[in-house]
Write a protein that binds this ligand. Structure first.
Ligand code: NAD
Length: 369
């Protein structure tokens, strides 16, 4: 018998709070101290992911709240502070960011900056004795990723990378179907994720982004193939190209397609681009059935379909509304801090993706930052 979404969230260690968040309801905090506390997040970088998703998610979360802001734009920060009841004394600039060390309202930082800034602001947070939830990709190099892990370990602070799909019930359901053997032996996986990037974005600047669509959205396919199989690849090989010579791709790749072979023999075929709106999806082919999830990585509207040789098919749209995934992620990190647990998507998890991306760029002949 397949797990319901609620049973599945429980099985995944997210508990009743997670499944209730996923369905849009709030469960009152339990009586215990840990459960009635909220983790105070300092939001570093007031861009799209912070303002349109993570901060809104804190409002619907059970264990998370925004207590401080870091921005280079004082006006914007004051406007957001008013919306989130953040006192103006808790607004910082990038220059006086280290002073968060003195602020007891801040338990953790959430880093929503361009990729190449993640390492510096994580390390400065750890030195200020704060826990860190850092956006993906963790950094722009293996060396920086390791330095982030080392700094958080030395300060005895938690480090989590914001792989929201690893906390998302529909993705978790797909993983569980595979682990339960519903698909038989897995033979192959296909996955893509890409979009048509506008000129002028920092994502096209190698110094800020580290790389092109692989670092930004291809990482979802890479990470998914790893959590779907539960294996690390033994080989990864790719091809990159620039097709649109319109000035956007002087510093980063436009297209990257790759294959990964896993120890079980599964071969995954993936592609990413900044030159076309490519669906964020995966298909997993097994000896007894297949899963098709599309969208798989979007903020909402995820849709799981599965067909089996000897069982009725599954067709499960997820009707939870954005920013439910960010609320699950924020609260899971809060519980890791409160209960002194290692985050599932910890620094080492982010580092493994960085290592595979570095290998892939090497194989495709793309030079990293
Ligand atoms: P954005 O451009 O909307 O925001 C970036 C923020 O960084 C802005 O507030 C900007 O002012 C600030 N900043 C500071 N120094 C900067 C500089 N030198 N150049 C440019 N901006 C600077 O970007 P975003 O889409 O919010 O992405 C931020 C991070 O979040 C990236 O690492 C990205 O990969 C990640 N992200 C994650 C998801 C997800 O679903 N988890 C989705 C989108 C983005």
């Amino acid at each position: 018998m397949s797990l319901t979404r609620r049973q599945f969230a429980r099985a995944a260690g997210l508990g009743a709070a997670a499944s209730s968040l996923a369905s849009g309801n709030r469960v009152p905090a339990q009586a215990s101290d840990a459960q009635s506390r909220k983790l105070g997040y300092c939001i570093v970088g007031l861009g799209r992911i912070s303002m349109d998703h993570f901060m809104l998610a804190c409002k619907m979360s059970q264990y998370s709240q925004v207590t401080a802001l870091v921005s280079g734009h004082r006006d914007k920060a004051e406007k957001m502070a008013a919306q989130y009841n953040v006192p103006t004394k808790n607004i910082y600039s990038y220059e006086n960011y280290n002073e968060i060390a003195e602020n007891k309202d801040i338990d953790a930082v959430y880093i929503g900056l361009p990729n190449s800034m993640h390492a510096e602001y994580t390390i400065r947070a750890a030195n200020a004795d704060k826990h860190v939830l850092c956006e993906k990709p963790m950094a722009t190099s293996v060396k920086d990723s390791q330095a982030m892990i080392d700094a958080c370990k030395a300060a005895q602070r938690k480090l989590m990378i914001a792989y929201r799909c690893q906390y998302e019930p529909t993705n978790l359901r797909a993983v569980q179907l595979i682990r339960d053997g519903k698909l038989g032996t897995i033979q192959a996986i296909e996955s893509t994720h890409g979009f048509n990037e506008r000129a002028g974005e920092w994502r096209l600047n190698r110094k800020l982004a580290g790389g092109g669509p692989l670092m930004d959205v291809g990482i979802y396919s890479l990470n998914a193939c790893r959590y779907l199989t539960g294996e690390e690849p033994i080989r990864i090989e790719g091809y990159s190209s620039v097709i649109d010579n319109d000035g956007r791709f002087k510093e980063v790749e436009e297209n990257l397609s790759w294959t990964m072979k896993f120890p079980s023999g599964v071969v995954a075929s993936c592609a990413t681009t900044y030159g076309a709106n490519m669906p964020g999806f995966f298909r997993v082919h097994g000896s007894k059935g297949m899963i098709h999830m599309e969208p798989a990585f979007a903020y909402q509207g995820l849709h799981l379909k599965a067909e089996f040789d000897n069982e009725p098919p599954i067709d499960e749209p997820n009707n939870s509304k954005d920013p439910y995934q960010f609320a699950l992620e924020a609260d899971d990190f809060a519980r890791c801090v409160f209960d002194n647990k290692e985050p599932k998507a910890n620094g080492e998890e982010g580092l493994r993706d960085m290592q595979w991306m570095a290998e892939l760029y090497k194989s495709a002949g793309v030079k990293l930052a």
